[in-house]
Design a protein around this ligand. Structure first.
Ligand SMILES: [Zn+2]
Length: 265
């Protein structure tokens, strides 16, 4: 784990990259901040989390770090120990953690639950949606540390790296670490309601768009041609044919649309 800081004093905000080693976009954003060293109005902690997995360009070495929190100093896995170290490092920090995905190109935010803070901050980020994980947060970083996760775009793409940079700057501006204004956007909020499992198969297909409502009776996915049909309406989130080993993604409900209030101070 690499830990650095902008500004002096004890940071209460942190930017985390590389929780997953095959998602390099956030690392580029952190490295750029370290190169440019912008003057900050409050100290910011910068962390590149899973360096070992990043070196190997794999999601994880032993187990998924973002399903391992709070971790354990005596864990037998690399990620189990790293999770514990990361929680200690982030204690007391509002944390911004960057990811990328195989499911959706437009950036969106993921939070544990809506709170006053996330309702105020997330509409000021250049994201198309906010997703509440609710019951599906187990083992994730925000089960331990107040965290806003962002999906920056498609894994390994140049666009995801550029988005990571834009998102980080917007976050640091919204928390008054960087000077300037942010624009508040209208923001739909989704809450995960179900995991969409997939059977073991050779080929997987997904026929629907993330965040676009699926109607009852609509065929949304298939495993080796075996079609899955929606019984109830839902919004697909993090759905992709090959993103995860045993799930297609999640079903969500739309719970709110946060209204734009124009330019924030
Ligand atoms: Zn990730």
């Amino acid at each position: 784990m690499r830990v650095a800081q902008l500004g002096s004093g004890t940071p209460e905000v942190a930017v985390v990259a590389g929780v997953h080693g095959d998602e390099p976009c956030g690392v580029r954003a952190v490295e750029r901040l370290l190169d440019e060293r912008p003057t900050v109005e409050r100290p910011v902690k910068l962390i590149v989390a899973n360096e070992k997995a990043l070196e190997r360009r794999v999601r994880f070495v032993d187990e998924d770090l973002n399903r391992t929190f709070p971790g354990d100093p005596n864990a037998t896995t690399h990620e189990g120990r790293l999770a514990h170290e990361l929680v200690a490092e982030l204690d007391g920090c509002l944390t911004f953690s960057m990811h990328s995905t195989q499911s959706h190109a437009d950036p969106f935010a993921i939070v544990n639950a809506m709170s006053e803070r996330t309702t105020e901050l997330v509409p000021r980020l250049p994201v198309a949606a906010m997703v509440e994980t609710g019951n599906f947060a187990e083992g994730r970083l925000f089960s331990e540390i107040q965290t806003i996760e962002v999906e920056c775009g498609l894994q390994g793409s140049e666009t995801a790296a550029q988005n990571a940079d834009r998102l980080t700057r917007a976050f640091l501006t919204a928390v008054d670490a960087l000077p300037g204004d942010t624009v508040t956007r209208e923001l739909p909020v989704f809450r995960l309601t179900d995991v969409i499992r997939k059977e073991r198969a050779d080929t997987y297909e997904v026929f629907v768009e993330n965040f676009a409502e699926v109607e009852p009776g609509q065929t949304f996915a298939a495993a080796d041609g075996d079609e899955q049909v929606a019984a109830e309406p839902f919004y697909p989130v993090l759905m992709s044919s090959n993103g995860y080993r045993d799930v297609f993604g999640y079903a969500a409900e739309k719970v709110d649309v946060l209204q734009s209030t124009g330019t924030a101070d």
